[in-house]
Design a binder for this molecule. Sequence first.
Ligand code: ADP
Ligand code: MG
Length: 653
Amino acid sequence: MTEPIIALSHIRREFRNGDTVVAALEDVTLDIHRGELVAIIGSSGSGKSTLLNILGCLDHQTSGTYGVAGTDVAALDADALAALRREHFGFIFQRYHLLSELSALENVEIPAVYAGETSSARQTRAKRLLARLGMAERRGHRPNQLSGGQQQRVSIARALMNGAEVVLADEPTGALDRRSGEEVLKILAELHREGKTVIIVTHDPEVAHRADRIIELRDGLVVSDKRTDTAVTTAAPSLPAARPAAKPSRWSGFAFRFRETLRMALLSMAAHRLRSFLTMLGIIIGIAAVSSVVALGNASQKKVLSDISNLGTNTIEVFPGKDFGDARAGKIKTLVLDDARALDRQTFIAGVTPTVSTSTTVRYRDRESNMLVNGVDRSYFQVKGTKLAAGALFDADAVRNIERQAVIDDNTRRTFFSDDQNAGIGRVIWIGKVPCRVVGVIAQQQGGFGSSQNLSVYLPYTTVQAQFTGDRSLRSVLLRVSDEVSTDLAQEAVTTLLTRRHNTKDFAILNTDDIRRTITSTTQTLAFLVAAIAVISLVVGGIGVMNIMLVSVSERIGEIGVRMAVGARRSDILQQFLVEATLISSLGGIAGILIAVALGTLLNLLLPGFQVSYSTFSIGAAFLTSTAIGIFFGYFPARRAASLDPVVALSRE
Ligand code: ADP
Ligand code: MG
């Protein structure tokens, strides 16, 4: 006789149940040859399923040796066992174990997917198998649209898909009515006639009598092993559903499997739409928040910096008082006109504008308002970059001659001269008790830095000193630094000079570079803080993904078992769950980016002069982040799914 395809020698399988150890199989030794139709019978709990699981390489024996076509199974790793299941064994279960989200045809195709076959080759053979089993009409139906007998025929087609040599059936008729059971048995007998080795587990003696050989188990031991009279050990060689000769290359096989994995992930997301969406929500909110805040921060920083550059470059402003916000700054009289004159003599200073200010009531006819009265030099307007809307600025003579010429801002024009065609030019307003002629109107600065609702009027500083403050002290000195000198150096020189003049440092200096730097570093600090919060929210989102994937894995343990039984490698299972997690979080990322872009566009429409923009870099980074979150947080659940024992997973179904 030829070498047996299955050779068991002293197989023992123990289950540990707390402290007690149960031996489901005591000591089983038997050989099964190619082309046999074997029935394994025995009462419930006698060890039939345990034996069949070991035969199908779903389970391991505790001791003894098991050889498949001469190979010792104990020497094979998980992937080699998966290959054995995929290529040599076909399983038929009592409860069919079809995947409910797939059609009959797709269920039949699964083993070939894991074999890496092309979709067209798969479909052709799956259709032929289903047609042969009388299921051509129903191949598009889902399992829940099929009767038990029909589902069992689909599962037989699946078992034959990769051209299995050995068909293992555990109580294949157990859940079927008499007629359907009869049909299934007829199919199995037919497979046997075609030369397949068929092993059927049953507790029905009538079913057993169809077999050539009946092995009876009792309490994990073979109590009888006899051939029946009807035995016809024919080994017809024709196998209609044989595997294709050409195996796909490693890479194209991987690509096909990956495409299938992607499709499965989409299917499972579609099956749990609400759950997938809620899982995504964490990622959506996180990514949308990060992207918007980063873009907003950039936009506002850009805006502030451009406003500052309106102030003119290279300017330094000196104020009396030890520091800004000195409560007595208004009363400190230490900064005087002579300081301004001394500064004006320095070569590194291109221009000096002393400023004084006071606050008083301004009246025009029956209208009056409290106003800030600024005493400035002509160069003040130049340094500040102010533009005229009407009239003219007062000239150098006006400063020298202490003339009562006023330049008003736009707020003041609107308050006093809203109905004046000439914008008030040439009119006389009363500033306190002093009549002044309006000579010019300043254009409103476009959302300028420091623009406010205040009403301001500008007079020659000499006029303000003579008419209002009555002394030579200044509110500030505005300096324009020569282009070839750095602002920092100039500031140092100014500090030294004034300290020497005053014998103490009783003034504060503001330079535009400082403001720029402060704002840049403030926004950077802010951006860093926001980024930290965003990272936390993304981690929370990632934990959400992990949580749901763990739920998904434990919900689909049965499915994992079925996939492993038909030959999925551990890496296939890992990939499936990893792809699902990654898909959920990267789709969440895309949604988050879209929301952020929509928000930015809305802001741009609502706030003119504000430019929120998204660079391809930041969009790409957001997308990659969400993908990375999926991979990172999906890995643990996927690993858990992949490391399941096939028989344990199957028993949960
Ligand atoms: P059968 O299929 O003949 O009804 P089984 O092979 O399923 O019997 O079970 C044989 C014995 O092994 C039973 O006593 C059963 O309780 C025990 N058994 C089977 N699987 C496990 C398991 N995973 N853990 C513990 N005991 C088990
Ligand atoms: Mg059983």
